[in-house]
Design a protein around this ligand. Sequence first.
Ligand code: ADP
Length: 473
Amino acid sequence: MKKTLYLKFLLAYIIFGLFGFVAVATFSSSLTLEHETRETAETLYEEASLISKTYASDLYNNQITIENAYSQLNALATYLSASIWIVNPSGTVVLNSVEMPDISNPKVIENFDPSITADSYYIRDDFFGEFDEEMLSVYTPITSNYKIKGYVVIHQPMSELRKRSDDYLSITYITLVVLIFLSLIILLFFTEIFYIPLKKIIHATEQYAAGNMHYEFSIDSNDEMGYLAATLNYMASEIARSEDNQKKFVANVSHDFRSPLTSIRGYLEAMIDGTIPPEMHEKYLNIVLNETDRLTKLTNSLLTLNNLNTKGMVLELSDFDINQVIRNTVATFEGTCEQKSISISLILTGEVMMVHADMTRIQQVLYNLLDNAIKFSHNNSTITIETREKHNKLFVSVKDTGIGIPKDSLKMIFDRFYKTDLSRGKDKKGTGLGLSITKEIIHSHGENINVISTEGVGSEFIFTLAEAETDED
Ligand code: ADP
């Protein structure tokens, strides 16, 4: 059988209970008897001292008769549940509270030795063989004229004392039972606070281990258990989300690779089997070349994205002139702009504007934004690139007056492989990865990128950069 935490706790509880009883039965029992003996001995000693000073000395001084003393001591002995003896130093019992005195044939205690008590005022034994059971015997000397005349000895059976101490002990047992029942509350708390949530967590982890990452559970408590459950839930949902993303990503990649490959294969087959006549080969080979370009672009973008996603991506930060980078990027698009009669207007802050960033990657950001702006602009339009300085940040905006982005798509354009329906006709080569790469780059710099766009009016992408720190001596 599986040794559950619960069983272990229950076992600990039972052991605690048993040890409690054993402790009471041994320690407490002997301590109580010890205490009871001492208390009784003290009381009896006080009585004995009193008797030795009153009746006993009176008896020795012949101030009362032996019958009188007997009746007095008998009453006192009944009251104390004890027997009171008056003994001569030689061991002759002068008076016994239990029997009428027989003066002619007095009882003699053999080997009577009052020094037997040593430095204690009581002894626990059969009193020189006079009793069949163990007795508590307390002594006090009777003195007259500085001489010991005799002793007052009070006996009480130890069985009597044991009975009393057992009575006290039964109170302790009852208290213990009550305590053990009360400590059941701890067991209940353990079950409620610890065991049930733990079982839920174990069940959930089993589900996750079996691959059911969508399994949800909750523990309604604000303590560490609740926090653990919430963290586990969150972990599972994150894994599930990244698994879903992974699946979507693979599906998208496969799809984007398959379509150019299918068309390349189709054209090549048609050329080989003669469906496309040799004089048309050049035209179709150019299409094939275009498709291979698209595949290369897709592969490169995927590699870039993969590198950017790797945690701890190293940025090669340096101070550089963003104005120069913008001008260079614009220059690479001159040919394309001419074809579409698009003009690019630059509104740049300062002649030189130094920023602190990874130049190659920012160049790629500008390239992606400008590439999109040109792709989605109408012929004979203007694209504006503007920089503005605010609070040690440089805001770079790339604005076009093209097809714009539908409101519903705005949230998604930075997602991998996302393309708006509007753009599909205009841009057949697009991979839908450009903006997600752009966003990753900007975010890895600790900066932000935003878009403002109206369908049919145009779009503006704005991102921030950190200005280079100037040493002003
Ligand atoms: P792609 O490489 O296909 O352009 P992006 O990630 O760069 O992919 O862009 C994603 C989608 O966002 C584009 O397919 C297009 O639908 C939309 N988009 C991006 N920039 C613009 C823009 N300037 N004007 C209109 N739509 C845009």
